[in-house]
Design a protein around this ligand. Structure first.
Ligand code: F6R
Ligand code: ZN
Length: 192
């Protein structure tokens, strides 16, 4: 980990950082219970375990004052009618926000608070999104032929709570309807 100020490049077409400390790869098997069409999920998994998304992290100490940052790349595809997406999470320290800057692709950030407010914001190159403290967030790639690439930065002490979303899902889903993305209520919210 660097102990002096540092720089790196984010260059197209893939935007993988010119230097990074950690490369996370999440496959279909990591998304158990998250997709609405569980039969389609099981059928796909029987055929293999495709890579759905990747994260390149510039690691920093996980303390308040540091800023964790990196790149998230969601590959295109569908599971049933639902677009490829990240697991999604609340921050463990709920009162911590996050900034995303979209570099490539077309998608949505699906968000909600513990109190039940929801928001779904489009992402496209040049778009900056501020995820307020308390809002769980999930990136969805709404393109079927291009990666969704975002740069993110959040407080070092934020931590991640994946369990709440794993248990109850998000209230809103992004699905393909007649070839176009549509935002719908999750009929299985609270009971995945
Ligand atoms: C960090 C953050 C992003 C996500 C990344 C992958 O707080 O929001 O770096 O971690 O987009 O998504 P998850 O972590 O939900 O698998
Ligand atoms: Zn986050």
């Amino acid at each position: 980990m660097k102990t002096v100020p540092f720089t790196f490049e984010l260059a197209g077409p893939d935007f993988v950082p010119s230097t990074y400390d950690n490369h996370i790869q999440r496959r279909l098997s990591a998304m158990k219970g998250q997709y609405l069409d569980q039969a389609a999920y099981a059928a796909m998994l029987a055929e293999g375990d495709p890579l759905l998304y990747e994260v390149y992290e510039l690691q920093r100490p996980t303390v308040a004052g540091e800023l964790l940052h990196g790149i998230s790349i969601v590959h295109p595809g569908l599971v049933g009618d639902e677009y490829n997406m990240t697991k999604g999470h609340f921050h463990e320290v709920l009162e911590t926000g996050e900034i995303y800057y979209c570099l490539k692709g077309r998608g949505f950030m699906v968000m909600e608070t513990p109190e039940g407010e929801t928001a779904v914001e489009p992402l496209f190159p040049g778009r900056v999104l501020y995820v307020l403290p308390r809002w769980a967030h999930r990136s969805v790639n709404a393109s079927l032929d291009e990666d969704l690439v975002t740069f993110f930065v959040y407080p070092g002490n934020a931590g991640h709570d994946y369990g709440t979303i794993e248990k109850q899902g998000f209230r809103k889903l992004v699905v393909a309807q007649d070839g176009e993305p549509a935002i719908v209520d999750n009929p299985r919210w609270g009971q995945p």
